[in-house]
Design a protein around this ligand. Structure first.
Ligand SMILES: Cc1cc2nc3c(=O)[nH]c(=O)nc-3n(C[C@H](O)[C@H](O)[C@H](O)COP(=O)(O)OP(=O)(O)OC[C@H]3O[C@@H](n4cnc5c(N)ncnc54)[C@H](O)[C@@H]3O)c2cc1C
Length: 398
């Protein structure tokens, strides 16, 4: 059987070779995605019976880290696709049937997963201006229409928008849009049903993710409702947060490691006037590199433990705490390691074309992506203090 981590490690240098060009133009990394498709990685989370590799969460985190060491933006597009396919593949059938999901849902789920194994690419549209990714505050709505649903609204940020075959869209029940406790559901919307994509993504880092916005006013079939039951988005966010939280952690743990690697490569070959042996002879430069290495490894180990727990004890409080720790530590490690190492390397690392220059910008998104580092820390402390995770503080996480 193919080892997907080895496949990703083999692809990473190819992605790295294109990363600067993609970053400079902000173009969607089509050649990278074609490579992922060719290598079968779009089917990573798809069960083997449907033509995929049948990976678990821990394997996903290793694959995403390996890809991110090549190109963070491509790894982020991959992470969104893996989140959709991974969440779909891991729906516990008994529980879903108990909650009311019927045969039509399972048939549709299998079709979507089989299509991913054949190369279809999916993305996630949750974020809206004003609401961010706080599900309870979304203004995109769904309402029953005939046999299916009508979706209306506008999403501000969706990695890969305009290049996807399907969009996972989070929407709130129209009748309860002003109620913070109103039901929120996920729909898998086919590309043809999405309105015009706004080509507005021009940001500091992770430029090659094409994280554009789009408008929605479309009818979707009843099977587009993920899980086959309304109102599960909030339950998943609080109860099984791995895909919403720790999937990004894998990308930023990889970015943190890439920053250490790029710093070490620069330090090893850089000569300094009057300092025989080069930059590596300067004590504080080594210290910065050493601290960055420790931070990147602490993030990786926490993520590894989160992956192990997700695969063996999903939904347990200890698992969910490890998921939030992994996101917090990875986002911070990427930002801190890239900043510290780049500063130690001097002006060269600030010049366009140097890998660290891009990594510093890419890494800034780590603590911002949901849940932000501040929010992840708050969720951990809320649990530690025994407060209600939804209503127990002044900030409602999702
Ligand atoms: C590279 C990249 C790729 C992305 N890709 C996707 C994607 O594919 N799909 C997608 O859906 N989204 C995507 N996003 C968007 C991402 O999910 C959002 O950046 C995130 O949800 C935060 O939203 P925001 O940046 O608008 O911040 P805001 O929600 O505006 O928050 C800004 C700050 O204010 C705080 N804040 C504001 N209001 C409140 C409040 N009421 N309660 C508590 N705190 C508050 C926040 O904690 C934060 O510190 C991407 C973002 C990046 C950077």
């Amino acid at each position: 059987m193919t080892d997907p981590v080895a496949v990703a490690e083999e692809l990473a240098p190819k992605l790295a070779a294109r990363a600067d060009a993609h970053d400079a133009t902000g173009d969607f990394p089509a050649a990278d995605v074609a490579d992922l498709r060719g290598a079968g990685l779009l089917g990573l989370m798809v069960p083997e019976r449907l033509g995929g590799l049948g990976a678990g969460f821990a394997t996903y985190t290793r694959v995403a880290q390996a890809l991110a060491r090549g190109a963070g933006a491509t790894a982020l597009v991959f992470n969104m696709h893996a989140s959709v396919t991974g969440a779909l593949a891991s729906v516990p059938e008994d529980l879903a049937r108990q909650l009311g999901a019927g045969d039509a849902f399972f048939a549709q789920r299998d079709r979507l997963l089989a299509a991913a194994a054949q190369g279809a690419l999916y993305g996630v549209g949750i974020t809206e201006r004003g609401a961010g990714s706080r599900l309870h505050a979304l203004r995109t709505t769904y309402a029953r229409e005939g046999e299916g649903y009508r979706l209306r609204g506008r999403k501000s940020t969706c990695s890969g928008a305009g290049h996807l075959d399907g969009y996972l869209v989070a929407a709130k029940a129209e009748h309860a849009v002003d109620d913070p406790d109103g039901p929120v559901s996920h729909f898998l919307v086919p590309a043809e049903a999405i309105g015009e994509v706004e080509d507005t993504w021009d940001v500091q880092g992770m430029r090659a993710t094409a994280s554009n916005g789009f408008a929605l006013d479309c009818h979707v079939s009843a099977e587009a409702l993920l899980g086959g039951i309304e109102g599960v988005a909030g339950l998943l966010a609080y109860g099984l947060p791995q895909w919403l939280v720790a999937s990004y952690a894998a990308v930023y743990a990889g970015v943190a490691r890439a920053a250490v690697d790029a710093g070490a490569a620069h330090v090893a070959e850089r000569t300094v006037a009057g300092q025989e042996g080069g930059l590596g002879q300067v004590g504080w430069v080594r210290q910065r590199l050493g601290r960055a290495d420790a931070q990147a490894e602490a993030a990786r180990l926490t993520l590894e433990e989160a992956g192990r727990l997700v695969d063996h004890a999903p939904g347990e409080p200890a698992t969910n705490a490890m998921i939030y720790r992994a996101k917090l530590l990875s986002g911070d490690a990427a930002r801190d390691a890239a900043d510290a190492v780049a500063e130690a390397c001097g002006l060269a690392a600030l010049r366009r074309g140097h890998p660290l220059e891009r990594l510093v910008r890419d890494a800034r998104s780590g603590p911002v992506m949901p849940p932000s580092s501040d929010l992840a820390a708050d969720v951990l402390a809320t649990a530690r203090l025994g407060l209600d995770p939804v209503h127990g503080t002044d900030v409602r996480p999702w």
